[in-house]
Write a protein that binds this ligand. Structure first.
Ligand SMILES: *[C@@H]1O[C@H](CO)[C@@H](O)[C@H](O)[C@H]1NC(C)=O
Ligand SMILES: *[C@@H]1O[C@H](CO)[C@@H](O)[C@H](O)[C@H]1NC(C)=O
Ligand SMILES: *[C@@H]1O[C@H](CO)[C@@H](O)[C@H](O)[C@H]1NC(C)=O
Ligand SMILES: *[C@@H]1O[C@H](CO)[C@@H](O)[C@H](O)[C@H]1NC(C)=O
Ligand SMILES: *[C@@H]1O[C@H](CO)[C@@H](O)[C@H](O)[C@H]1NC(C)=O
Ligand SMILES: [Zn+2]
Length: 950
């Protein structure tokens, strides 16, 4: 899956004095509290089973969340019929029947198969039928549904025999609900007609909501799918369909579409869709599916153009041909994650697959390219070879995230994608992982059992830190060796499952064969990075030659109470460049070492390929400032960004002075590159969060104005008075920074520029000539500077937007108004699914909370309505954790701390423990309070020294 949590990255990246960095923190707190409320339980009665809820009694097999090893599925025949119109009770349902052929591995008189929220009504007294070919199957003694562990339980009168094959047949009804999980429905309007799509999201544990199955990744089988669907619709699934046939059921003319048997695969990768979408592409090889309008408008063309090359890249990279006969990719109006790598039928949010030149920004385009690349990477890594259990999710997702940048770089060679991974994934997750509340990449199998525990793994550590440590590994063993190891790994385990050790083994084989010198085995080195949380700060003293490492914690007062078998020490591949430029490498294997000779200046962690921060002795910091001031291009661009990011993080951790970090931004009045500016913007955003309601706001703005004015002028000239689009991808990004920072710090003519563009659009709504890249920041600044007229216009445009990315930008911009009543009205709209789609509610709250005027309003609103929200919006659609986390970013006073404690008590009174939501936020608030107390004065002094004279 491509995480749903960083969906709005492209929008977040353009916020006023943007807070994109903060998003990483939001996603770090996993979707802990998404306690699903099963809305229609009463519709689907579950047969009561033997009372097993006594907590003290001995555990029965059906009390365990993991399947026993007694049975092994071989093949399923599944027929499903979704109803795209509601029944007489107003509910959308699907009916189905399924037969699974399985082998008995260990003798047993018990069949446990997953089933959740399915109603088995057909057989009087029984829920299923058991049979076998050429023999009599054991008879059923007792059958029931075990809701807590989501099983259909079948006790038999005689045992099943090892080595023999059995068939289990069931018929069932399920709800085609709008909860974005299992077999669900998505709705949209086309020409004022409401249309229904039946679609799926199985990962991680919702295939069992569509049909009874052995719903664990290692339980691979072959699937024969058949879908029965209305005339005028098309059915899609993982494999190629046979010719659809017309059938009549109870007088209704329907279509029956069957599909070729799938390859041997895991249940979580199944997908089936019934819709009346159109496609472009070559039938049946590579097709892009979407709403008819979107296809007509050419919104799928970019995805189609890039899918072929990216597939070709991966075939070459893995040295392994694409394992399937076809690749369908489909954009869905309602989708919880960013995208899902179903084998042969990848599902996407519209914003992750569709691109509309002239309307979508280059950031939207980059998002499409990287998400496609991510999902296609999974077609081998994850789908052909699958993690045995969810505890290794980090390897699956971290890997796909890392190589998505390689695939996107191949598809768009001018974009510097291999550099951008540092900004998009690495620096953000370093903040998350620098907390004492972080967790190791790798979990123990027995710690990840329940669906909620599995869902929690889909966080930024899994995706982004996973990507970062694999990038580091690929760098120190070289990319060629890395891909050779992947090749033999995929070859050995095709159609099978693995654990992370299997990958280490194959990479080790490639390392040995290539003769790469490593101080330890791949596994021993990587264990330090995957089995303990966090990462080191490497301190280099250029005066004494000493190098040391220490566990880096962002909050200087935090205490790590989880012990690590490696004592929070790492095997660190340290690289550096000195005057003259050539790179040197050295393995730091101990807590400290003595290696360096004297040098002029030195920058370590070249291109930030290592997952660590770097600190220096004061002399070297001073030399770096001198170099940056004199000739910043002498230092590679990624390292200019890294120096800023390291310095601010070290300051946050009280390791260096805050003013030293601020001095790393003084060279920016000569800098025009995106990466250093973006890093500075994200880091300075914290200062704005802490002080934008205080008397320091003025001096901070003055400093920002002084630094950004040359950049604003640079882009004015580069774009010939704002009439051209910069050629370079990263320049296009930095132009956005130039405008948004200039407008928010009051650079002359910036507000007039953006309000003027917006006014032109308002005067002629049919023609929006605002440069697509600049839309977010222009909308936001114009709405902030305007009033009701601007807001209402944007709202109209939002409602009429046929392009999801355009709607997303407007949705964000609507939160920029400075009028409290407009913000309150917008908050109200969030609870009306007709106005704001459920999938967008979390982000909308968070956007409003980013606005200093909106923050207290949103906070009051959430406190008043949290229970209603939690009940109305199920798991996967809203994350109360990320909302609370987002709304309390500014909290830095005793008073706010007390408010949080009160709210925690209230939530606890109803939900039981709420520590998971509140403890990290309370911790952060305390840290903010301490930081403000410590830094307000020095910051104030420094700012007046910088801005005196202007
Ligand atoms: C599934 O259906 C196919 C074709 O309809 C049939 O050949 C096969 O025997 C069936 N398998 C099972 C497990 O019933
Ligand atoms: C199925 O029925 C539709 C509508 O009645 C018709 O257009 C189509 O040609 C039929 N297809 C087949 C294969 O008979
Ligand atoms: C899957 O891998 C295991 C070793 O991990 C091996 O014993 C088994 O035979 C493999 N299965 C198939 C179908 O290749
Ligand atoms: C660092 O990245 C740049 C691209 O920004 C690349 O040209 C250079 O080769 C990289 N340096 C090293 C030592 O890998
Ligand atoms: C740039 O554009 C502004 C506003 O559109 C205009 O007032 C100004 O004269 C232009 N400057 C140049 C050098 O074309
Ligand atoms: Zn993924």
């Amino acid at each position: 899956m491509a995480g749903g949590f960083y969906i709005s990255k492209t929008v977040a990246a353009v916020c006023l004095v943007g807070a994109a960095g903060a998003l990483a923190v939001i996603i770090g707190l996993s979707v802990l509290y998404a306690q699903e409320k099963s809305k229609n339980v009463e519709l689907l009665p579950t047969t009561a089973g033997p009372s097993t809820t006594t907590p003290s009694g001995p555990k029965e097999p059906w009390d365990y969340y993991r399947l026993p090893k007694t049975l092994s599925p071989v093949r399923y025949n599944i027929t499903l019929r979704p109803r795209l119109t509601p029944n007489t009770d107003g509910l959308y349902v699907f009916t189905g029947h399924s037969q699974v052929l399985f082998r008995c591995v260990i003798e047993t008189d018990l069949i446990l198969i997953h089933a959740n929220k399915l109603d088995f009504t057909k057989f009087d007294g029984f829920l299923a039928k058991l049979s076998m070919d050429g023999d009599t199957a054991p008879t059923l003694k007792k059958t029931w549904l075990e809701a807590p562990t989501q099983y259909l339980v079948i006790q038999l009168n005689e045992p099943l025999q090892p080595g023999k094959f059995y068939k289990l047949y069931t018929e069932f009804v399920g709800e085609l609900s709008d909860d974005l999980g299992g077999f669900y429905r998505s709705e949209y309007f086309e020409d004022n007609v409401k249309k229904i799509v039946a679609t799926t999201q199985m990962q991680p544990t919702d295939a069992r909501k569509a049909f009874p199955c052995f719903d664990e990744p290692a339980m691979k089988a072959v699937f024969h799918m058949t879908l029965i669907h209305p005339q005028g619709t098309v059915a899609l699934s993982n494999s190629i369909n046979y010719d659809p046939v017309n059938i009549t059921v109870n007088g209704e003319s329907l279509i029956e579409t069957s599909f070729e048997p799938t390859e041997i695969m895991s249940t979580y990768l199944l997908a089936f869709v019934v819709c009346d979408f159109a496609y472009i592409g070559t039938n049946p090889d590579i097709r892009i599916w979407a709403r008819r309008k979107a296809i007509e408008e050419g919104q799928g063309n970019y995805a189609l153009a890039k899918t072929g090359p990216i597939l070709a890249f991966f075939e070459n990279y893995y040295n392994s041909s694409y394992p399937l006969k076809k690749s369908d990719q489909i954009a869905l109006p309602d989708f919880s994650a960013g995208a899902m790598e179903n084998w042969g039928l990848i599902t996407y949010r519209e914003t992750a697959l569709l691109y509309n030149p002239g309307v979508s920004s280059n950031g939207d385009k980059e998002w499409v390219a990287t998400v496609i690349s991510h999902e296609l990477a999974h077609m081998w890594f994850g789908n052909l070879v699958t993690m045995r259990w969810w505890n290794d999710l980090w390897l699956n997702e971290g890997f796909a995230t890392y190589v998505s940048y390689l695939g996107a770089d191949y598809a768009e060679p001018d974009w510097n994608m291999k550099d951008l991974i540092v900004l998009n994934e690495i620096v953000g997750v370093m903040r998350v992982d620098a907390s004492a509340y972080s967790h190791p990449l790798s979990s123990k199998e027995e710690e990840v059992l329940k669906p909620d525990q599995i869902n929690q793994l889909f966080d930024s550590i899994t995706y982004s830190k996973g990507a970062a440590v694999l990038r580091m590994l690929s760098d120190f063993i070289t990319e060629t060796v890395f891909s050779k190891g992947l090749h033999t790994y995929l070859e050995e385990f095709a159609y099978n499952t693995t654990s992370y050790k299997d990958l280490w083994k194959h990479l080790q084989m490639a390392v040995d064969k290539a003769g790469v010198a490593l101080p330890h085995s791949v596994e021993v080195i990587m264990n330090r990075w995957t089995l303990q949380m966090g990462f080191p700060v490497v301190t280099i003293n250029t005066q004494t030659g000493k190098i040391t490492q220490e566990h880096f914690l962002l909050d200087p007062d935090s205490v790590v109470d989880t012990p690590s078998q490696f004592n929070y020490e790492w095997f660190v591949p340290v690289t550096w460049i000195k005057t003259g430029g050539s790179e040197q490498q050295y393995w730091l294997l101990n807590k400290e070492d003595l290696v360096l000779g004297a040098s002029d200046w030195l920058v370590a962690n070249v291109n930030m390929t290592g997952f660590y921060r770097v600190n220096y002795d004061e002399t070297n910091w001073e030399r770096l400032i001198a170099r940056l001031t004199l000739n910043h291009q002498e230092i590679p661009v990624i390292n200019r960004a890294q120096i800023i990011d390291d310095a601010f993080n070290l300051a946050k951790a009280n390791i260096i002075e805050t003013t030293l970090a601020l001095r790393m931004t003084t060279f920016l009045n000569k800098e025009v590159e995106y990466m250093p500016w973006e890093t500075a913007r994200r880091n300075l955003n914290y200062f704005f969060l802490m002080f934008d309601r205080s008397e320091l706001y003025g001096p901070m703005q003055a400093y920002m104005k002084k630094q950004v004015t040359p950049l604003f002028h640079y882009f004015r000239d580069l774009t010939v008075n704002w009439t051209k689009i910069p050629e370079k991808h990263t320049d296009q990004y930095n132009q956005i920074n130039a405008i948004s920072l200039a407008c928010s710090s009051g650079v002359e003519s910036c507000r007039e520029l953006t309000s003027g563009w917006f006014k032109e659009w308002m005067n002629n709504p049919a023609v929006n000539s605002i440069d697509a890249n600049l839309k977010s920041t222009v909308y936001c600044n114009a709405i902030a500077a305007g009033g009701k007229a601007q807001w209402d216009f944007a709202w109209e445009m939002y409602k009429n937007a046929t392009i999801a990315s355009e709607a997303e930008k407007l949705m964000y911009a609507l939160s920029c108004t400075q009028e409290p009543w407009l913000l309150n009205r917008y908050l109200q709209y969030c609870l009306d699914p007709e106005k704001i789609r459920k999938q967008d509610v979390s982000n909308t709250f968070i956007y409003i909370g980013r606005n200093p005027v909106g923050q207290p309003l949103a906070w009051d609103f959430i406190r008043a309505n949290w229970l209603y929200i939690l009940n109305e919006y199920g798991r996967g659609t809203i994350s109360i954790v990320s909302i609370i986390n987002g709304l309390t970013e500014r909290f830095s006073t005793e008073y706010e701390y007390k408010q949080l404690e009160l709210f925690k008590k209230e939530v606890e009174a109803i939900l039981g423990s709420a520590a998971g939501i509140f403890d990290p936020v309370l911790e952060r608030t305390k840290a903010n309070m301490n930081w403000v107390a410590l830094n307000k004065k020095p910051l104030s002094d420094w700012l007046s020294s910088q801005t005196s004279g202007i």
